[in-house]
Design a protein around this ligand. Structure first.
Ligand SMILES: N[C@@H](CCC(=O)N[C@@H](CSC=O)C(=O)NCC(=O)O)C(=O)O
Length: 290
C-alpha cells in the first residue's frame, strides 16, 4: 500500500494533546483535502504501544474542517477518554465545476456525504471518501485501533453520520447526531442536493436517507443518540427529526436503540452542540471501550 503525503498545516497544544490540521491529495476526489484532528497526549510515535479509538465528526452545510474543532469544545472530554477526533472537510473544493460556488447548500461546502452519480458532479464522492479513503489515511498514519471507530455529525453531517453508520454497522460501533437532516428525500435541502448529485430517480435517493435506512435496517444491534433543539430554525422544514422515531416504530423492530432527545430553547448553532458534546463523547466512549 502506498503512503499518502500528509502535509501538516498547523499544530496547537490542547489539553496536553494536539489539534493538528493536515492536507493531502485525494485520489478519489481529484483535489487536495483537509482534515483537522485532535490527538490526545501519548508517547512519541515510535514508542506508542497503545492504539486509540477514533470518533469521526461530520460537519454541516458551509463548514470546513475547522468549525467542529474550533467551536464544539470537544477536546477536554476526548483527552480524558483518550479518543482521537477527526473532523473532515464537507466537500471537494476548487474542482472547477460550473456553479460549484454559487449557493451555500449545493457544491462547495455541501457534499452531503453521498457518492454522486450524475456526470456533472461525478467527482463528489464524499461517501467513499469518509468511509474508505480518509480512514485508510488515518489508520496508516496514526495510532488508531481500527476496531474501535464511531461516527457523529451535525445537520448535513448528522445525516451523513446516521447514513454512514447505518450502512456500515460493522465499521462503526456507535452513531450520534445533532440536529440531523433526518429525511433528506423529503425536505428542500435534500431534494436539491440529491437531484443534482444522484439524478431524478428518487428510488436511488433512499440509499442515503436515514429514515429509509432505519425503516429497512436488518443489521446488528446499534446504539444511536440524537439531540435536537426545539428552537432550531430549520427543524420543521428541513430536519424533521421525529421521522427517525416514526421509522423505527413503524419497522416494528427493536434492534436499533435510538434515543432522540428534544431540548427546550436551543437553536441550530454550535452553542447547542457545545452544550451537549461531552454527553456524546461519553456515549461513544462507552461503546468504544466495551
Ligand atoms: N448560511 C446559512 C446558514 C448555514 C448554517 O447554518 N450552517 C450550519 C449547518 S446547517 C446544515 O447542515 C453550520 O454548521 N454552520 C457553521 C457554524 O459554524 O455555525 C444561512 O445563512 O442561513
Amino acid at each position: 500500500m502506498s503512503t499518502v503525503a500528509l502535509k501538516e498545516l498547523s499544530r496547537s497544544k490542547c489539553f496536553a494533546g494536539h489539534v493538528i490540521k493536515y492536507s493531502h491529495p485525494s485520489r478519489l476526489l481529484g483535489c487536495d483535502m483537509k482534515f483537522s484532528m485532535f490527538l490526545p497526549e501519548s508517547k512519541p510515535l515510535e514508542k506508542r504501544e497503545q492504539k486509540l479509538p477514533v470518533l469521526y465528526f461530520l460537519s454541516g452545510l458551509t463548514c470546513t474542517e475547522d468549525n467542529f474543532m474550533q467551536k464544539a469544545g470537544a477536546q477536554r472530554k476526548a483527552a480524558q477518554e483518550g479518543i482521537i477526533l477527526v473532523a473532515p472537510d464537507t466537500s471537494p473544493r476548487g474542482l472547477g465545476i460550473e456553479g460549484e460556488d454559487d449557493s451555500w447548500d449545493l457544491g462547495t461546502g455541501a457534499g452531503f456525504y453521498v457518492d454522486a452519480t450524475t456526470e456533472k458532479w461525478k467527482q463528489y464522492k464524499m461517501y467513499s471518501y469518509i468511509t474508505e479513503e480518509l480512514p485508510g489515511i488515518i489508520n496508516q498514519s496514526f495510532p488508531v485501533d481500527t476496531t474501535r471507530v464511531s461516527i457523529a455529525g451535525h445537520s448535513m453531517g448528522g445525516h451523513g453520520a446516521l447514513v454512514i453508520g447505518l450502512k456500515n454497522p460493522d465499521k462503526y460501533r456507535s452513531i450520534s447526531a445533532f440536529s440531523p437532516i433526518a429525511n433528506p428525500t423529503d425536505c428542500p435541502w435534500g431534494v436539491k442536493a440529491f437531484s443534482a448529485y444522484l439524478g431524478p430517480d428518487k428510488d436511488a435517493w433512499k440509499a442515503y436517507d436515514a429514515s429509509e435506512l432505519i425503516a429497512n435496517y436488518s443489521g446488528p444491534s446499534k446504539k444511536i443518540l440524537v439531540d435536537q433543539g426545539k428552537a432550531d430554525q430549520f427543524l420543521e422544514e428541513q430536519l424533521k427529526v421525529e421521522r427517525l422515531t416514526k421509522a423505527k416504530n413503524d419497522s416494528g423492530k427493536n434492534v436499533l436503540d435510538l434515543s432522540l432527545r428534544l431540548h427546550d430553547g436551543y437553536d441550530h448553532s454550535y452553542y447547542f452542540i457545545s452544550t451537549f458534546i461531552e454527553e456524546h463523547l461519553e456515549f461513544h466512549a462507552k461503546q468504544l471501550k466495551a
